[in-house]
Design a protein around this ligand. Structure first.
Ligand SMILES: *Cc1c(COP(=O)(O)O)cnc(C)c1O
Length: 396
């Protein structure tokens, strides 16, 4: 064993940075069971409450009977099933792009897209708060990684204007995963046109939640609500299927040439076993629910509004976010862990997010809302937080 591992783990522990995995016994939902105890959970990315929806479970079982449990090969050998193919067509049409490609995970999709489209002589312009997978992918691509301050399109423009690189790829989270705020997509597309760049839009947290029928950020006011040739020629749209869609996987939707290039060259697509077709089969059912259940999004937005009102008087502030990601900033990592633990004692799970996931000094409780939460759940959380905040001198 490397002799310094024990010491490093110990330091982590002392700084409140050692992570622990809770072992869940039942289904993912707003009530979860850990160590025989039931908790009200504000942890998951299952924003629409589809992860344990009976229709999806039934579709997964049906899919297993029809396709077996494993794909058995990569897509380019013979693992590409009818279910994958139908899902890709449905996703392309749902998001308004000519073509879509299913990946096993969002992490792999980002790796695949960025390394296939950018190389040594190219430049990647990345928002400072982008998801880790986008940063890792940029490093792996060997392109120049040029980061810009969070959502600062003026600073981005200066960097674009100064670049003489062959290809310019702007990369951003659509909804920022730890802050819940939204990228200025319209402005980013304008900059792409002005500086002959392309935009990789990671809508992991927007797909299913934002826009008309849950079609994602491009169909929301931030994306202009108007989908056109102009967007198709500049945007590579990526979203995950393990969050609001409730299942697993990810996809990229884009122009035909982009998707074909990914099929030919994206290593995270080529050199991996296709995901089980039963998942694609279940995802077709999930898409139906996303498209038809406006009530899930309506309810989610009512709950967000209620949470903001209820937490307003607290000494800790919610970050400005209109998405189901509602971060409550506590500050120090140790304090944040303590508040999170106190909530747990009261039967409520809210994750403490610390460095390196977020900048030091901005540790926060990341409250995630779901359409299957009830108003009473929000009131219960708010009450618990008020009680914890009232314990004087302990936090601050
Ligand atoms: C979750 C997430 C990913 C990774 O997706 P997985 O399917 O979980 O691998 C990528 N980007 C963002 C912004 C995410 O939040």
């Amino acid at each position: 064993m490397f002799p310094d591992l024990t010491g490093q783990l110990h330091v982590r522990e002392q700084q409140g940075l050692r992570r622990q995995r809770a072992v869940m016994t039942g289904q993912q939902s707003v009530r979860v069971v850990i160590d025989n105890r039931s908790y009200l959970s504000f942890c998951s990315n299952d924003y629409l409450g589809l992860a344990s929806h009976p229709e999806l479970i039934q579709a997964a079982c049906e899919g297993a009977r029809q396709y077996g449990v494993g794909a058995g090969a990569s897509h380019l050998i013979n693992g590409h099933s009818m279910a994958h193919h139908a899902l890709e067509q449905a996703l392309a049409s749902f998001t308004g792009f000519p073509a879509a490609l299913a990946f096993s995970t969002g992490y792999m999709a980002n790796m695949g897209v960025i390394t296939a489209l950018a190389g040594r002589n190219d430049a990647i312009f990345a928002d400072r708060l982008n998801h880790a997978s986008l940063n890792e992918a940029a490093l792996l691509s060997r392109a120049r990684l040029i980061r810009y301050p969070h959502c600062d399109t003026v600073a981005l423009e200066r960097r674009l204007a100064a670049s003489t690189c062959r290809r310019k790829l702007i990369v951003t989270d659509a909804v920022f995963s730890m802050d819940g705020d939204i990228a200025a997509v319209n402005r980013l597309i304008e900059l792409c046109e002005q500086y002959d760049a392309m935009l990789l839009l990671d809508d992991a947290h927007g797909f299913g939640v934002l826009g008309d029928k849950g079609r994602g950020i491009l169909f929301s006011p931030a994306g202009g609500g108007l989908h056109s040739e102009r967007i198709i020629s500049r945007v590579i749209y990526m979203a995950t299927l393990g969050k609001a869609a409730g299942v697993f996987g990810a996809f990229v939707a884009a122009a035909e040439e982009v998707v074909e290039t990914l099929i030919q060259t994206a290593k995270g697509y080529i050199y991996t076993t296709a995901s089980p077709p039963l998942l694609a089969h279940a995802l077709l059912k999930s898409l139906e629910r996303i498209e038809n259940d406006d009530w899930r999004r309506d309810k989610l937005y009512r709950l967000i509004k209620l949470l903001k009102i209820e937490l307003q008087p607290l000494k800790w502030q919610l970050m400005p976010s209109n998405t189901p990601i509602q971060p409550l900033v506590i500050g120090k990592a140790l304090d944040t862990v303590r508040v999170s633990n106190s909530l747990k004692d009261k039967g409520i799970l809210v994750p403490a997010i610390r460095q390196p996931t977020v900048p030091q000094g901005t540790a926060r409780l990341r409250i995630s809302l779901s359409a299957v939460h009830e108003e009473a759940d929000i009131l219960f959380l708010a009450d618990a937080l008020r009680q914890i905040a009232a314990v004087d001198g302990v936090y601050g």
